[in-house]
Design a protein around this ligand. Structure first.
Ligand code: T4K
Length: 370
């Protein structure tokens, strides 16, 4: 067993052949329309609605501004129930809106917000639930919606990982009041930087479109203190081209996921997570938990992988609730979040991307499954 010659990162962005992008760039150069809802922006919104099976999409400059804007669009304030087990952007979007995050523990099987623990965290100040489909695995959307209906709460899904994921024979993005996608370089579908909000109705989309354009309705009317969240024509044009390769990319991910899963089947102390339904998952990440019974600690394995040029990542360690701006909140106490704490100390996300070769997968497996 030797080192890989090149670092093997947790992900590698899919890019189309450059020459296929040049005609798109030529159109932008010819039209001189670079941003502010140009033709590629409009095309990509429609193409994504069709591909994802959703009604209304507003493109954004990135997923984080999408989250901040989604909270504004629904006029969320006070306290919001959320998960500590996510990327920083999830809770940061609350702070950017002056909202207090209330952390609730995760389900040990899905690693998503545990619906059974939500009710106990609701107070008269609670206005919404901000849940995350972590690694693209759907939340228990029915249970969350039931609680939201009972307590008159809004539900926003951080669907940064959930591009193309289906649930209950439709897009998972159709659940809750709004869903927010990320098209960052590291995501299943990338536009370099980018994101989107999925809305259920045209009125909400219109409000979101105003909010991402400084609040402008027309040249002289500003209805809200909006932000600049617009996706540029460059990113939107790239998105149109990326969509052509997405089915192939998802298929490749599925094959790699299966190879890892099979290889780890008998390895004591290594836990994998299965998609709820393989046909409608996106295999965005390949998390393993390094549990008691494994021959090394999680961090020993993580460093060993690095020594062999395998740059796996500990998503999501540390927990958001352990960051300095959150850790003094009562809900950030470790006694309140035992499952999330344990999982954050056990998780490693292994490299997975469409052109990861079987020989590299087998090399990574050989480092872990020995
Ligand atoms: N909500 C959730 C649940 C999220 O996971 C995220 C983002 C968001 C919201 C916010 O969405 P955006 O505002 O980003 O649209 C990365 C990403 O930067 C971040 O988008 C992502 N989640 C998070 C899970 O991962 P880092 O700090 O780990 O990225 P970085 O630069 O270390 O990249 C990881 C590896 O990917 C590198 O080792 C190599 C490879 N890579 C990365 C980039 C940027 C490339 O090969 N090319 C690249 O251009 O956060």
């Amino acid at each position: 067993m030797t080192n890989s010659n090149e670092p093997i990162y947790v992900t590698k962005p899919v890019l189309p052949p450059l020459e296929e992008f040049l005609p798109y760039l030529q159109q932008i150069w010819d039209s001189k329309i670079l941003t502010n809802g140009g033709p590629f922006h409009q095309q990509l919104e429609q193409a994504l609605c069709d591909y994802l099976g959703v009604k209304h999409i507003s493109l954004f400059t990135n997923g984080t501004i999408g989250l901040v804007t989604a909270l504004q669009a629904l006029r969320i304030n006070g306290e919001v129930i959320t998960t500590p087990y996510s990327f920083a952007a999830t809770a940061h979007s609350l702070l950017w809106n002056g909202i207090k995050p209330v952390f609730v523990d995760i389900d040990p099987d899905t690693l998503n917000l545990d619906p059974a623990r939500i009710e106990a965290a609701i107070t008269p100040s609670t206005t919404a639930i901000l849940a995350v489909h972590v690694y693209g695995h759907p939340c228990d959307v029915d249970a969350i919606q039931k609680i939201a209906d009972n307590y008159n709460l809004k539900v926003i899904y951080d669907a940064a990982h959930a591009f193309g994921v289906q649930y209950h024979s439709g897009s998972v993005l159709n659940h809750g009041d709004l869903s927010v996608l990320s098209f960052h370089a590291t995501k299943v579908f990338n536009t370099f930087e980018g994101g989107a909000i999925v809305s259920p109705d045209a009125k909400t989309k219109l409000r979101i479109d105003h909010l991402k354009n400084f609040g402008f309705v027309d040249e002289v009317t500003v209805v809200a203190p909006g932000i600049n969240g617009k996706m540029s024509e460059f990113n939107a044009a790239l998105g149109m081209l990326q969509l052509k390769g997405i089915d192939h990319a998802l298929q490749q991910r599925k094959i790699i996921d299966a190879r890892y899963r099979q290889a780890f089947a008998g390895v004591e102390g290594i836990r994998c997570f299965s998609a709820v339904n393989e046909d409608v998952a996106n295999f965005a990440y390949f998390p393993i938990l390094v549990q008691p019974g494994y021959m090394q600690s999680r961090d020993e394995l993580y460093h060993k992988l690095r020594e062999h040029n395998v740059i796996a990542r500990r998503y999501f360690y540390p927990l958001i609730s352990d960051f300095p701006m959150y850790r003094t909140l009562p809900s950030a106490a470790h006694t309140n979040l035992p499952v999330a704490k344990r999982v954050a100390e056990q998780v490693i996300c292994l490299p997975i991307y469409p052109d990861l070769t079987f020989s590299l997968v087998d090399f990574i497996v050989s480092l872990i499954a020995r």
